[in-house]
Design a protein around this ligand. Structure first.
Ligand code: PLP
Length: 376
């Protein structure tokens, strides 16, 4: 198998599995219990909190464990709106992941006004548009750091500064950045930031929400006193321990990451754009994650191309895995290129450091064959 879909999910690292194993076997107590068999698991949670905090440069106390980034994103926006009940305006972008986008659409049905900031043809957002959208009624701005479909980066530091100057809370979905770029939230004016373990070699079903120590927060899940009263529900110690270990590994590897994946991505992308007729890059050439390439193959249905690639053991996708069942162009591509009306004709390739140039060569051969077969 040649796996070119790392923005969808990543393999669980052996070290992560090892870190989880005790909590799936002998250490099955409840971390909230007062006797030692359970209570000692609190140390595992706190270790993972430290490890996760170190990945983003926060204090451990600012990390809240969740079940996924969908929950983190929902919880952050929810907390901001609860803190500013008199404000009824939310700002986001037109290219957010469905966990923000659909939540914002739902908020509209509840009477909130939502501004979906546009992007240009290269997927870039203008901070002047953000500035113009803010008013005394704006409670929160929620935008992503890196786009999951195109890898395009938003100027989150500048966005945070604008929000701070205007007294608006700022949430950032940093899911696609973890392990790919160095993050330091202490240098950024951020109130909330979302992560999910499965994008950086932890299992699915565990996420984190950074809440700045001065940012308002009220729970999204009401229940027991877990997570210092900020999220009810018995913690999934094994998954949290796994995500902590994965965060530690990601932090150790992040500096080398770009040098590992960029040459392979550039080789793949350059060869497709040069060698396969009627192909077009979606997303800014430079302001982009080093592992991601989103390419339109004009006149070829994504689904057909993906099927032929799958037969050759090559995994790629046509956009977000969460919406893979749709044959419409994604809202991300449509926001960038409104003339794209119907039929998905783009493929997202997202690479990981375990790939080799030989894998890329094989993927390219398969792609050339598949594109030629489908174009007759
Ligand atoms: N945000 C972005 C940018 C993503 O790519 C994803 C996952 O695809 C999510 C949020 C949702 O993450 P999870 O699957 O953990 O809910």
């Amino acid at each position: 198998m040649i796996y070119l879909d790392h923005n969808a999910t990543t393999p669980v690292a052996p070290e992560v599995f090892e870190a989880m194993a005790p909590y799936l076997t002998d250490e099955w107590g409840n971390p909230s219990s007062s006797y030692r068999f359970g209570a000692k698991l609190r140390a595992a949670l706190e270790k993972a909190r430290e490890q996760t905090a170190e990945l983003i440069g926060s204090y451990a106390g600012e990390i809240l464990f969740t079940s996924c980034a969908t929950e983190s994103n929902n919880a952050a926006i929810h907390a901001a709106l609860k803190a500013r009940p008199e404000r009824r305006h939310v700002v986001t972008s037109a290219v957010e992941h469905s966990s923000v986008f659909n939540y914002c659409m739902e908020l509209e049905t509840e009477g909130y006004r939502v501004t979906y900031l546009p992007v240009d043809r290269e997927g870039l957002l203008k901070t002047s548009d953000l500035e113009a959208s803010l008013s005394d009624d704006t409670a929160v701005v929620s935008v992503m750091w890196a786009n999951n479909e195109t890898g395009v980066l938003f100027p989150v530091e500048k966005i945070g500064e604008i929000c701070k100057a205007r007294g608006v809370l700022f949430h950032c979905d940093a899911v696609q950045v973890a392990g790919k770029l160095v993050m330091d939230v202490r240098k950024m004016p951020l109130d909330y930031l979302s992560l999910t373990g499965h994008k950086f070699n932890a299992p699915k079903g565990v996420g984190a929400l950074y809440v700045h120590r001065k940012a308002p927060f009220s729970p999204y899940l009401y229940g027991g006193h877990q997570e210092r009263g900020r999220r009810g529900g018995t913690e999934n110690v094994a998954l949290i321990a796994g995500m902590g270990r994965a965060a530690e590994l990601a932090r150790g590897k992040v500096v080398a990451y770009e040098a590992q994946v960029r040459p392979m991505r550039d080789q793949l992308e350059g060869s497709i754009l040069k060698g396969i007729p009627r192909t077009e890059l979606n997303g800014h050439n430079a302001l982009r994650l080093a592992n991601t390439s989103n390419i339109t193959f004009h006149g070829i249905e994504s689904e057909a191309l993906l099927l032929l690639l799958d037969e050759e053991g090559i995994c790629a996708s046509s956009g977000s895995a969460c919406l893979a069942d749709s044959d419409e162009p994604s809202h991300v591509i449509r926001a960038m290129k409104p003339e794209v009306k119907s039929g998905r004709q783009m493929i997202r390739f997202s690479l990981g450091p375990e790939l080799t140039l030989e894998d890329i060569g094989r993927a390219l051969d398969a792609l050339r064959d598949a594109a030629a077969a489908l174009r007759g």
